[in-house]
Design a protein around this ligand. Structure first.
Ligand code: BGC
Length: 746
């Protein structure tokens, strides 16, 4: 179908009035069956029961097709929708393009570690361009769930624990995916998910219920979603779980009052997969019919893959339980989006485009830079890093050292075959003259496999290593390390160990990895630990005994090259943690922005909240080292006292006091000392990643105004700015000590 006319050309942007007129004209000639078709997102994959996509589309059309990643098939289905379905309304093809389509970027948690929204925007711009060239219109991203519990597997998909950083990353990703114009043929429609509170699952167990106060929702969990709306996100996805006992996909308060009413969102909401049907399983709806009624009334436009809308909505209208006006209200924004995208004029994709687009060298280059910028140097005793390129004899050890899957990480695009440069390959490419030996050591594996392990992750499908084979692999790894001058250990988690269906109780290195690390360190060689993982890990032993630790996360297609760039000093790491690292899984949820207790940690009589371990994080939020040193000085607040509603300017100087160029992320934290509610002991309210040459000083400027100083108050039941005193800190992480005072008065 390469000759299909109008494939991928730029559409003219219709005015709002034109969009409305076209949508109303369409609605006027659509049957109820067809309208309901637009409210359904149907599976393009064979694993779902029920009628096949072709059949549904031919009969009544459909809003969207998901779980299909086949350019030719897109055109075939689109042809049925446009030429054979009654109203000829084109389909939206949707898929999870979370951190790259073919060129895979670092996972979102890693991207947040860059503290560089521009790099996230560029990554999603490229992801959008590749995905659109493949024929996709819509991605289920960005994932905006604040996650303060590292046991929760889906922490990997978001920007970490903080609403301010999360909001910045949210807006950047929306801009990257969507650009400025929904008709841009190189962009895809974004979907802010999962609305809302999913990251606070009880015990970090995926899908478990969430109980959050209105204040927590509004102050912590909503800000990234509000930022996405402000950035123009066209769609939302409702979450799976119960929020305060009402499932998010049937939650009228969330979908109507907050999202539409308060945020002013004018797009449409799709459920999470099968979530409408699951209202029955969750004990909210009596049966599918009741589920359809509840979700539609709650304001959920599109049913992802449960068929419950398709099977019940028309009957509900015919029986008078729903009005046609209620159906039209839900269909309108779906049709509007299709009109605005120019889909009616350009429904098809040029089947030759993708291979040209993915071959663009700037995509690989951008992936490498993104990976470099997202890595966090956690330890570097004695300046072991960077390593000299003159090394002759290096051993690369660990189960992830040569794993493409672990390097590209969680949430691979449906059907994607990992093709990353592994850490081993990156190091070999950097040291062409040296002997670089390799041994994986014992394999690592989830104790309880998930559905995804059976269908997606090739490493989970390999035969299980016997204990004897594991022991032999262990010994080989130690012997390989013994023969080297420097050992680079690549440990962490497989790609399937974080993500959906991938929560865990412990945050320790899985399997025999720590035992292997100890055995290698015992050899007395210089050891560098490179971590590939999608969540914080409680690497307590390593943090004391391994001189150099680089948190590389799941760094994507160019990950191995980026690791080598950093290990050998071509790039100076400048990433910072977007989550704290707890010392144990049992300490989760752990986050820096807690309110004070009556006996704070520094109280002389009360040193620890647990008697068996300190409750401070192993590494704090915002932490990360560099190959150079920085000083942050001259904190200045433009006024020591302001009235409610007024702003101050906060400035500080940051100087590179070392010998190589590097980036420092300068962070601004506040604490409101008293008021209507107690407020967190620290809250991030500004950050800037600043590149500095040796000896160079730059002044960083932040604005603190009503937006930063107000909060949603439980006591007042509304947004509020108190007259109160504030601490202000500026520094290099959430433990910053450079301090100033600010007083806000009536
Ligand atoms: C996930 C969503 C995802 C959807 C479609 C669900 O299981 O929770 O994040 O977008 O599937 O693949």
């Amino acid at each position: 179908m390469n000759d299909m006319k109008n494939a991928g050309t730029v559409a003219t942007i219709p005015s709002d009035a034109e969009v409305t007129a076209r949508v109303e004209a369409l609605l006027g000639r659509m049957s109820l069956e067809e309208k309901v078709g637009q409210l359904a997102q149907i599976s393009g994959a064979d694993f779902m029961p029920g009628p096949k996509a072709e059949e549904i589309i031919r009969k009544r059309g459909a809003g969207s097709v998901l779980w299909l990643n086949d350019t030719k098939k897109f055109n075939e289905l689109q042809k049925i929708a446009v030429e054979e379905s009654p109203s000829g309304i084109p389909l939206l093809f949707a898929l999870d393009v979370i951190h790259g389509y073919r060129t895979i970027f670092p996972v979102p948690l890693a991207m947040a570690s860059s503290w560089d929204p521009a790099v996230a925007e560029q990554a999603q711009t490229i992801a959008a361009k590749e995905a659109r060239a493949a024929g996709l219109h819509w991605t289920f991203g960005p994932m905006l769930d604040i996650a303060r519990d590292a046991r929760w597997g889906r922490i990997v998909e978001g920007a970490g624990e903080d609403p301010y950083l999360g909001a910045a990353m949210a807006a950047a990703q929306v801009r990257g995916f969507q650009g400025n114009d929904l008709a841009d043929p190189e962009r895809v429609v974004a979907c802010a998910k999962h609305f809302a509170g999913y990251g606070a699952a009880d015990g970090g167990r995926d899908y478990d219920p969430v109980f959050l106060s209105e204040a927590q929702l509004r102050n912590v969990y909503f800000p990234p979603f509000q930022a996405a709306v402000n950035a123009g996100v066209a769609t939302f996805m409702s979450a799976y779980m119960d929020l305060n006992n009402v499932p998010a996909s049937g939650n009228r308060w969330l979908l109507r009052d907050v999202l539409r009413g308060e945020f002013g969102f004018a797009g449409f909401v799709v459920s999470d997969a099968i979530a409408v049907g699951n209202l029955v399983v969750q004990g909210h709806a009596r049966d599918g019919r009741d589920a359809a009624l509840r979700s539609l009334k709650a304001g959920l436009n599109m049913d992802m893959a449960s068929s419950v809308y398709l099977e019940n909505l028309a009957d509900l209208v015919n029986e008078g339980l729903l009005s046609m006006a209620e159906i039209d209200e839900m269909v309108r924004p779906i049709l509007s989006l299709k009109v605005r995208m120019g889909l009616f004029e350009h429904p098809y994709v040029d089947e030759t485009l993708l291979e040209k687009v993915v071959a663009l060298p700037e995509h690989r280059q951008a992936a490498r830079v993104a990976a470099q910028r997202s890595m966090v140097l956690l330890r570097n005793e004695g300046g072991l890093l960077p390593l000299p390129k003159t090394l002759k004899n290096v051993a690369v050890i660990g189960p992830l050292a040569d794993s493409m899957e672990a390097t590209e990480g969680s949430w691979m695009v449906f059907g994607h075959k990992p093709a990353a440069v592994t850490v081993l390959q990156g190091i070999r490419a950097k040291l062409p003259e040296a002997s670089v030996t390799y041994a994986p050591g014992p394999e690592i594996r989830k104790d309880i496999p998930s559905f995804f392990d059976e269908v997606i992750f090739s490493e989970a499908q390999k035969p299980i290593q016997t204990p004897e084979a594991a022991e032999a692999a262990f010994q080989t790894a130690v012997e390989t390390a013994r023969g080297a001058d420097v050992v680079i250990m690549v440990l962490g988690e497989n790609a399937n160990m974080a993500g959906e269906f991938a929560s865990r109780g412990s945050l320790d290195l899985p399997g025999r990895q720590e035992e292997l690390l100890k055995a290698v360190v015992a050899l007395g060689k210089p050891v560098v630990l490179v971590l590939l993982n999608g969540r914080p890990l409680s690497i307590n032993w390593a943090a004391e005994h391994v001189p150099a630790i680089l948190e590389a996360w799941e760094p994507g297609t160019e990950g191995g090259n980026a690791v080598a760039d950093i290990l050998f000093g071509e790039v100076n790491p400048g990433g910072k943690l977007p989550v704290c690292f707890p010392r144990s899984g049992s300490h989760a949820p752990l986050y820096y922005a807690r309110t004070l207790t009556h006996q704070p940690e520094d109280h002389p009589q009360y040193r620890s909240r647990y008697w068996d371990s300190p409750t401070t994080p192993l590494y704090p939020f915002g932490f990360g080292l560099s190959y150079t040193t920085f000083s942050i000085t001259n904190l200045n607040v433009s006024a020591s006292q302001v009235k409610i509603g007024e702003s101050v300017t906060v400035t500080a100087d940051v100087t590179n006091t070392g010998k190589v160029a590097g980036d420092e992320v300068v962070q601004l934290y506040i604490h409101q000392k008293w008021g209507s509610d107690s407020r967190p002991m620290r809250e991030l309210k500004g950050f800037k990643r600043v590149p500095l040459n040796p000896g160079e000083t730059k002044t960083v400027t932040f604005n603190l105004g009503a937006d930063e100083l107000r909060y949603w108050s439980t006591n007042a039941g509304r947004w509020l700015q108190d007259a109160a005193a504030f601490d202000i800190w500026v520094g290099a992480d959430s433990l910053a000590t450079l301090h100033a005072d600010l007083e806000v008065v009536n």
